[in-house]
Design a protein around this ligand. Structure first.
Ligand SMILES: Cc1cc2nc3c(=O)[nH]c(=O)nc-3n(C[C@H](O)[C@H](O)[C@H](O)COP(=O)(O)OP(=O)(O)OC[C@H]3O[C@@H](n4cnc5c(N)ncnc54)[C@H](O)[C@@H]3O)c2cc1C
Length: 318
């Protein structure tokens, strides 16, 4: 067995990749098949996961649009449809322009749910042209009015980063990869506005060479390494690994995983806007939070404070 420390890494590098590449890169975490990424692998990967209904993969890329509307009625019609999972702002009340952010999935589903509004028709037509891989089927199926009364512009990441703080926190999304234990990820996934992708114990077979033919556990922060408690924990993990590997000789990973404990190492990508990260830090860095959670959240907060000066002010890990 292998014992590794917990960690959290801001995935800044993803923000500079194309949407297809970032979605593939995040999606492959579930299967730990990152080694299969090639120059041409993104498109077939994305098609396959979406065909299987694994739509949360499409939540791993967010985009921000400025949508200029010809009339107030277009805005009213859109808002009356109560669009879900989008961040919507009207920065200048006098200007008929909305700032709209959401993930690829949110923009796809807004068309499926509110596709009869002019704004959504125009927005989806723009997206289908700009990102055919993700939106081509929507524009093809129903066709669009050539005149929707809207003009759409996509913001670059630098433009999003230059938004005033009250808009930045809502429209800037950021992904973090946690390498931690299953108890911590169980708590993380309670933060409902986030998007998540997690290493799958159903698909990963830890007896394979790529996993070193062993189970990896997260070093518990509760027990000093030379303590009696640590030795007991180590003994339990060794025993568990033995039973898991034995079960794999005759069973599937999903059956064998039933013996795996909370200490099992897992990877999860959490993708959320800065406002939700603020909320998470408020809950998960105080003394009331679980110590293994604070172990990763406190350094992450410090890194975020450096990355976005002014946004996380007043918070300090305890
Ligand atoms: C110290 C601590 C102890 C805990 N103990 C337990 C426990 O014993 N048992 C347990 O089950 N959980 C426990 N939790 C988890 C806790 O109850 C929340 O599920 C978790 O912290 C997620 O936070 P949240 O619900 O505020 O916000 P998030 O899910 O992060 O949501 C952010 C915001 O979205 C809005 N929101 C999202 N979904 C809805 C909705 N459906 N309806 C209304 N508003 C919504 C709210 O405005 C919310 O503020 C604990 C958490 C902490 C920090």
């Amino acid at each position: 067995m292998q014992i590794v420390p917990a960690s959290a890494t801001i995935l800044d590098d993803l923000d500079r990749q194309t949407m297809a590449r970032r979605i593939e890169s995040c999606g492959r975490l579930c299967y730990k098949s990152e080694d299969r990424i090639t120059d041409t692998s993104a498109e077939p990967f994305i098609r396959k996961v979406t065909e299987h209904g694994h739509n949360s993969v499409l939540e791993m890329a967010a985009l921000t649009l400025r949508v200029y509307c010809e009339t107030e009625a277009i805005i009213d019609q859109f808002l009356a449809a109560q669009p879900k999972y989008l961040q919507i702002d009207r920065p200048e009340k006098k200007e008929k322009m909305l700032l709209i952010s959401g993930t690829v999935r949110a923009f796809r589903e807004i068309y499926q749910n509110c596709g009869n509004t002019k704004l959504v028709k125009g927005m989806t037509a723009f997206l289908a042209q700009r990102h055919p891989l993700f939106f081509f089927d929507l524009s093809g199926r129903r066709g669009f009015l050539p005149q929707t009364g809207v003009e759409v512009e996509k913001l670059s990441l630098d433009e999003v980063d230059a938004l005033p703080t009250d808009l930045l926190v809502k429209h800037r999304h950021l992904a973090v990869r946690f390498v931690t234990n299953r108890a911590v990820t169980h708590e993380l996934v309670r933060h409902r506005p986030c998007s998540f992708l997690q290493e799958s114990q159903r698909y990963c077979r830890y007896s394979q060479d790529k996993f070193g033919n062993e189970v990896t556990f997260i070093k518990p922060m509760f027990f000093p390494e030379d303590s009696e408690e640590y030795l007991l924990w180590q003994q339990a993990m060794l025993e568990t690994e033995k039973i898991y590997l034995k079960l794999l000789e005759t069973s599937s990973p999903q059956a064998a995983r039933t013996v795996l404990p909370n200490s099992c190492k897992t990877e999860i990508i959490v993708y959320a806007n800065l406002l939700e990260w603020l909320h998470i830090f408020r809950l998960r860095t105080t003394k009331a939070a679980e110590p293994s959670m604070r172990e990763v959240m406190n350094p992450l907060l410090a890194a975020m404070q450096q990355r976005f000066p002014g946004v996380f002010d007043g918070l300090q890990g305890e």
